[in-house]
Design a protein around this ligand. Structure first.
Ligand code: SF4
Length: 210
């Protein structure tokens, strides 16, 4: 019998994947139970020749409904921050560690719930396939879940944000906060400061030949 923790999307990866065939295969993924709570699979988006991959935790409420990653408030902040950092959005690919929205009801709202280790492990083959097809120059982990999934459990964004770390995933790999944490800042001044720190981190990943 397959244990819950042994579930993996790996058998669903096409033999010679392309981004469209991966996206298509992921549409029907049921490798963990999150397909039951999410409206649809929210696969990564961006060009096959993107030079920077941003990896978040999971789709949020708006992403779940639209089927597109980073289109909610955090995505809009990421877009603005990229512009202010001078990074061309067309050079980027955005995706998540987990591709279904995990949430808990609070009144009429759906509140984000953190994916667990088994769900992250089950979904990882999709992310690995995206990275291996695109072969980016830079990977940026957005937030602790993404950083720990890609850089190891011991990684602390609070200690090492904005630093390039050694990784076999790409020539340059860095972690910073998730833009949603900037939006959750307790007051306007903290939000302004955190937004600027986020932009400053993004400036470090400007492509070498830009
Ligand atoms: S979260 Fe990932 S592994 Fe789980 S059902 Fe969705 S696509 Fe499959």
């Amino acid at each position: 019998m397959v244990k819950k923790s042994d579930k993996s999307a790996a058998p669903l990866i096409p033999e010679k994947p392309t981004l469209p065939s991966l996206r298509e295969a992921a549409r029907d993924c049921k490798a963990c139970d999150l397909w039951k709570s999410g409206t649809q699979t929210v696969f990564g988006e961006g060009g096959r020749r993107a030079r920077i991959i941003f990896v978040g935790e999971q789709p949020g409420h708006e992403e779940d409904l639209s089927g597109k990653p980073f289109v909610g408030p955090a995505g809009r902040l990421l877009d603005q921050a990229l512009e202010e950092a001078g990074i061309d959005r067309s050079q980027t690919y955005v995706t998540n560690v987990v591709k279904h929205f995990k949430w808990e009801p609070r009144g009429k709202r759906r509140i984000h719930a953190k994916p667990n280790a088994a769900e992250i492990a089950a979904c990882r083959p999709w992310l690995e396939a995206e990275i291996s097809l695109i072969q980016p120059e830079v990977i940026v982990c957005l937030g602790a879940t993404s950083a720990q999934a890609l850089l190891g459990k011991q990684f602390r964004v609070s200690r090492s944000r904005g630093e390039f770390v050694k990784s076999s995933l790409a020539p340059r790999v860095m972690a910073t906060v998730h833009p949603s944490s900037v939006l959750r800042a307790p007051d306007d001044e903290t939000r302004r400061v955190e937004r600027q720190r986020f932009i400053d981190d993004l400036k470090k990943i400007k492509l070498i030949d830009d």
